[in-house]
Write a protein that binds this ligand. Sequence first.
Ligand code: FMN
Length: 328
Amino acid sequence: MRFADTSIRLGPFEIAPATLLAPMAAISLPPFRAACLAQRCGLATTEMVAAKHLTVRRAWRKKKPFERAAGERVLHVQIFGNSAEVLAEGARAAADFGADALDVNLGCPARKVVGSGSGAALGRDTATAVAAVAAVVAAVPVPVTAKIRAGWDDDSINAVETARALADAGAAWITLHPRTRTQMFGGRADWSLLARVVAAVPIPVIGNGDIRGHADAERMVRQTGCAGVMVGRATMGRPWLFRALAEGTDEEPPVPERLAIFRDYVAAYTAWAGPSRAIKELRKHLLWLVRGVRGAAAFRVAAQKASTPEDVATLLERARDALVEGED
Ligand SMILES: Cc1cc2nc3c(=O)[nH]c(=O)nc-3n(C[C@H](O)[C@H](O)[C@H](O)COP(=O)(O)O)c2cc1C
């Protein structure tokens, strides 16, 4: 299947293709969202933003993770917080700022987030999750979605029950990452649970977890009937993955094209973050870029040494001849 033929409704918006970039802290920032959208990603959710932080305007950084990216038609801001009140207030601030849609994080497993009662801690109990999402729905005029996990642990899988209740509470769609909080990112995502959630709710369900490329995404849709797919880790250093999904292929673009896309990404990141922040944050992206590419060892060393965005541009230019498709 070609995802180019798929779409999904989000309130007044048509999201096409029905492919989403996952919210990823310190990754799903405006420049990366722009790069993915330029590669035919349907919707790029922001990294999670603390609802509390959103309400304190003077604490906003000059470069906000939740500002609209270039070419971002629908700004979908993910918020997290530890109570219905905090989330509702943060949602109002986000909508005032210009968010076109909001996503409520009910699944983040990080100790710091869970410890403060947010993320997976909110999703642990269906009633608490529903109260939070209902409060957000009531607070803003824009569509509200929610992202959940399978449950807290193997003995408390509550995704079906929670998804049903969230649909009743007015969620526009649910994204399910079918791992438990205890699993964190280990083991495998349970796509059979995804199929059960799809069958149980009247709203669209976005499937997430362990998609590495087009073949996986297609298999997920076939096996579960999910309305759209969300990809996280596999997009790191590979924004073109969305084009592959749209076009229905598992082929990567040739190395020179990948380098050209990255050159533009580095320029956009530098313009957004400023050179000194950009160089620090871009190094990891350069390492991801050459995952599974032959001749990458020297590139990796040079990437660690690069101290200005110009160094990176030169590195990418020189790499055209040094990197070859295929595994080392
Ligand atoms: C580095 C990193 C940061 C993440 N940050 C968030 C986040 O801010 N909000 C969220 O809902 N999920 C977050 N996630 C989870 C992803 O959105 C996604 O659910 C998970 O990685 C499974 O999808 P994948 O197998 O395609 O990576 C993060 C994951 C990673 C690897």
